[in-house]
Design a binder for this molecule. Structure first.
Ligand SMILES: [Zn+2]
Length: 684
């Protein structure tokens, strides 16, 4: 993935923050505003590009774009995403008002938005929508009731926060088959490391999390002393599960996540848990192929289920149900949820306004219906043609690089080329839109809409098990400002939202477009050949197609990047965990190298002109860097250091150009300057 966005979608509370008073109120947009692909005012020309290129390219942007009070960070991607949201707001407002002449899909998203923005009705319902769930937990008579209750809650919430995650995915050994995946989960905090780290800041954060859990129990009606004890129990259970979970870095090794077993072996891992009942309730009887991604986690689950008394299991379930539902309940729940997960965890001063949370929810729950509206207005066939052309050029550049690579044997090269040519390019939006006809959406039932859309999605995902693989599927909605590579599908996906100015700018010269969007395309393509992606073959099977020597050669080159990024500081004394960011850092460098080659091929015979005081070569690099301009809150940086597989923007620019002699030449940098590295890294 190029960029990862945290959806702080429904987190929030209003607080009297002085900056907000001066902020102009946001309004719906009827068209997307234009920001140029290379913006001279975003630069800081007083900075020396050979000393700090990020500051040279982004200094103006950083100064002129303070973080809005309802964001944990602010970036070029984030700003474009916000503009897309305002544009979608305009579309949804129209569809929410006009009830005549709407298509079936337009009715769904319009009425969903209408119900979501009816704050008075939501407020009036209070915690009432939770009651059926809490009753179901309350009625449990013994631990034998757990499998049925858990299956129901998993379907309704789609959450892996309740003890474990259960989903479908392609079999690592046979990418044409979709099987059940039983994963780890059971946590309220964003990563297992939040429970295991021993420094003062981590301890303080855990104490504040426990206080939040206690306040949520109070909102459910428990007296304060009971609520405190219950929060303590939740912490105990979650800490045990966290301790038995793999780290994010370990999870980057697909072999560590591949433990295919039959129903008998799954049952043997957790003898006290009746999987037959669980699967039957989930609508999946007679399954006999499972990938248990983390067997050690399931052994710990079994220990927990044995040792916990029924009352503690009920406590744990009540917390997670309230946690999953909090964003959709009255303001007491919404505010308490935001107070910890927005303000404390990410340092965000203010809750997002309701319109914004509702647009994000329509996108999350009925995203392809909303995406269809977005694409018809903001993504022309001409744009698709141009970006597809660029993608083909980048593929050609990778082809040429592979053929000429000096460290890879002919046998491995042949497999690599086979994989490269098998990659499917998905640009803008899916060929076939998802059919939401079976989801009942009502104008006067917000919580019910959330519930039914969640159920639809859970059933849709589980329904794929045992069916032929749909290679046309997308796992990102069209308005999303992002792109991804999926090693099991062996496809690259660029949502329409990421192919808009200032990222892809049809009015701009080629240099910044190839630097920016070309760099993104090259980045996703390189993911097929990073430390993780390279372990999958052309069909998406987890299969080693490398000779031993070639694998060693690859690892040596990747290690150079790991060592380089490990030096960079994120915040305070926290440095980049470069084993976690390895794949992204490799993709960044490989991507820009490919974009450069594609641009040079496009320019063959042409003589592009200098503009804005920058040569074409300089424009290529500034165009690249300007996707990565960002401002972050320290809390956000700290949380991301544990969870984000991407390096901070500054190093995604500076860490990359120091490895490119093309950059040194473009800016006439000299040996010894900070942006010129003596021992350069290069994988692809
Ligand atoms: Zn990526």
């Amino acid at each position: 993935m190029r960029k990862l966005f945290l959806l702080l979608s429904f987190l929030g509370a209003s607080c009297p923050f002085p900056a907000s008073a001066q902020r102009p109120a946001e309004t719906p947009l009827t068209s997307l505003p234009y920001t140029p692909g290379l913006d001279p005012s975003a630069m800081d020309k007083s900075a020396d590009p050979c000393a700090d290129f990020y500051r040279f390219a982004c200094g103006g942007w950083i100064k002129n774009n303070p973080i809005p009070p309802d964001e944990s960070r602010w970036s070029v991607y984030g700003k474009l995403a916000r503009e897309n949201q305002r544009f979608l707001w305009g579309i949804l407002e129209g569809l929410a008002k006009g009830t005549a002449g709407r298509s079936a899909a337009q009715q769904k998203i319009g009425d969903y938005f209408a119900a979501c923005t009816d704050e008075a009705a939501v407020e009036k319902s209070g915690a009432r929508p939770l009651k059926p769930y809490l009753d179901r937990i309350f009625r449990m008579k013994s631990k034998r009731d757990l499998p049925a209750v858990l299956a129901g809650l998993h379907l309704a919430t789609g959450s892996s926060g309740l003890f474990f995650g259960f989903d479908s995915n392609q079999d690592y050994a046979d990418a044409t088959q979709v099987i059940a995946f039983a994963g780890s989960g059971g946590l309220g905090l964003p990563d297992r490391d939040f429970y295991t780290k021993d420094d003062d800041k981590s301890k303080e954060l855990r104490a504040r999390y426990a206080a939040h859990v206690a306040r949520m129990f109070e909102l459910l009606g428990d007296p304060p002393d009971a609520a405190g004890r219950e929060a303590g129990k939740v912490m105990e259970i979650e800490s045990a599960l966290a301790g038995a979970s793999l780290t994010r870095t370990q999870r980057r090794d697909p072999y560590k996540l591949f433990h295919k077993m039959d129903a008998g072996s799954l049952k043997a891992l957790t003898p006290g848990f009746d999987w037959d009942v669980y699967l039957k309730t989930a609508g999946l009887p007679r399954l006999n192929a499972f990938n248990v991604t983390e067997p050690e986690f399931y052994k710990e689950l079994d220990r927990q289920w044995r040792s916990l008394v029924l009352a503690d299991i009920k406590t744990y379930l009540r917390w997670h149900v309230a946690h999953a539902a909090a964003p959709f309940l009255s303001s007491a729940f919404v505010n308490e949820n935001f107070d910890f997960f927005g303000r404390t965890l990410y340092g965000v001063p203010e809750l997002r306004p309701r319109w914004k949370r509702c647009v994000a929810l329509v996108d999350a729950q009925l995203g392809e219906a909303l995406g269809e509206e977005f694409v018809s207005r903001a993504f022309s066939p001409e744009l698709k043609r141009k970006t597809l052309h660029m993608t083909k050029q980048i593929e050609q550049a990778m082809h040429d690089e592979l053929v000429n690579l000096d460290w890879m044997s002919a046998a491995t090269k042949q497999k690599a080329l086979e994989k490269l040519h098998a990659i499917v390019n998905k640009i803008g939006y899916p060929d076939k839109w998802r059919d939401y006809r079976s989801v009942d959406i009502r104008r006067d039932d917000f919580f019910g809409n959330v519930e039914r859309a969640s159920l639809f999605e859970s059933r849709r995902r589980l329904g794929k098990i045992g069916k032929p693989l749909d290679r046309g599927e997308w796992s990102m909605t069209p308005p999303t400002v992002n792109a991804y590579y999926n090693p099991q599908m062996n496809d690259i996906n660029f949502a329409a939202g990421v192919l808009q100015p200032p990222l892809y700018d049809p009015r701009m010269d080629d240099a910044p477009n190839y630097g920016n969007t070309g760099g993104t395309i090259g980045h996703e393509l390189t993911h097929g050949f990073d430390d993780e992606g390279r372990q999958f073959d052309a069909q998406g099977n987890l299969k080693d197609w490398w000779t031993e020597k070639d694998a060693r050669e690859f690892n040596d080159r990747a290690q150079c990047i790991v060592d380089q990024y490990a030096q960079y500081a994120i915040v305070d004394d926290i440095r980049i965990n470069s084993r976690l960011t390895e794949g992204e850092d490799i993709a960044d460098l490989g991507g820009l190298v490919l974009a450069w080659l594609a641009w040079k091929a496009e320019m063959a015979g042409a003589k592009p002109e200098s503009r804005d005081g920058l040569t074409p070569e300089q424009r290529f690099f500034v165009g690249y860097a300007q996707w990565a301009c960002e401002n972050n809150r320290p809390e956000d940086l700290r949380a991301r250091a544990l969870t984000d597989a991407h390096s901070p923007g500054k190093y995604r620019v500076n860490g990359l150009v120091v490895n490119m002699p093309e950059f040194e030449r473009a800016f006439s940098c000299k040996a010894g300057q900070p942006m010129v590295r003596e021992n350069r890294c290069r994988v692809w």
